[in-house]
Design a protein around this ligand. Sequence first.
Ligand code: TRP
Length: 430
Amino acid sequence: MTDIVRYLTGITTTGTPHLGNYVGAIRPAVEASRRAGTENFYFLADYHALIKCDEPARIQRSTLEIAACWLAAGLDPEQVFFYRQSDIPEITELTWLLTCVTGKGILNRAHAYKAQVDKNTAAGVDVDADVTMGLFMYPVLMAADILLFKAHKIPVGRDQVQHIEMARDMAQSYNHLYGEHLVLPEAAVDESVALLPGLDGRKMSKSYDNVIALFGPREQVRKQIFSIVTDSRAPGEPKETEGSALFQIYQAFASPEDTARLRQAYADGISWADAKQMLFEHIDREIAPMRERYEHLVNHPEELERILQAGAAKARTRATPLMRELRQAVGLRNLGAVAGAGRKEKAKSALPSFKQYREADGLFYFKFVDAQGKLLVQSAGFASPREAGQFIAALKQGGTLPGDGKAVAAEGVSTDQVNSALKALAETGN
Ligand code: TRP
């Protein structure tokens, strides 16, 4: 049993990363990419960008800038999987297979689509006005991104959790119909990641027009920092750290000792100009070395292109074999192999099988049923689908119920019956 945990992150290629993206997403992801026992997938979601943006030059520019930012911030393409979504044809292939196992009703409930429908309803226009199939299918494309690499954990913000649950549902539907080929992913929402305030104290966001550039020219960054809104306290007057955007941004870049020093300086009445200068220097110290690399990459797009091509080739060492397996499973096959496979399939449908599902209590369960669908084993709740999956794998390998209560034989079913069903399954290699 392997213990590698796979993390996967997609970055939509519209816009240019700002300091808030750096603190909230890029920096923690780069740190996380160095954890032992993990595999990390980062990709530029340029197909997703097409859903929101119809300006080709902007898509291209944003892809270039985002790729350069992540590399400049220290992402090592040798250590991780770093690629562009549209370089992986298997993603669109899998999107179609998933489309065919996804109920339209599920997609009707997706937040992004529903928001547009609600807006249209309020405006008294056709409910689907301005809804492209791209917007409607957004969650399916995202599920393909995730499932193609058998990712376990998807670090996302709250707004994306629904999409991960939909990806789980799609994996489950596929597995139910065609066998256990796909891994059920989970959202990993990190509440501890700081939301950086912007120049006006609200969350830093392009839509509020309150951002500090990440790799903008030094002078521009300096100007932006000096335009952070403060109160009117004069030099010499003690200042409040509570609710001070300047202080919070400083904290995101400084050591605890330096932060304590600034806190003291606030109490001692440091001038806002001096405090801003301190902040600028701190940010610049961290960013300046990266800015050089960023500028180099942006000015050598052919170098970036090579890195992305190599990343795609590496990603496809995973994507291609899985896609082959998935095509085979649904019946998209070499015709010469049909007869034999057809016979085997009949046998397969008469096998016992595991069914994984989630209950309203939020825990993950499985059942083991015989060829006729009769319940043989019922599990207790597991904290994650991974744990449930590992338990199933152990059962399949060990072939007996461990007797720790995590999974028990159904009423009227003997341990022998369970064991022989497990053995029957093991013999077929399923
Ligand atoms: N929808 C994500 C966002 O807007 C981007 C994304 C696309 C993604 N595919 C993904 C994130 C797969 C995680 C996994 O932020």
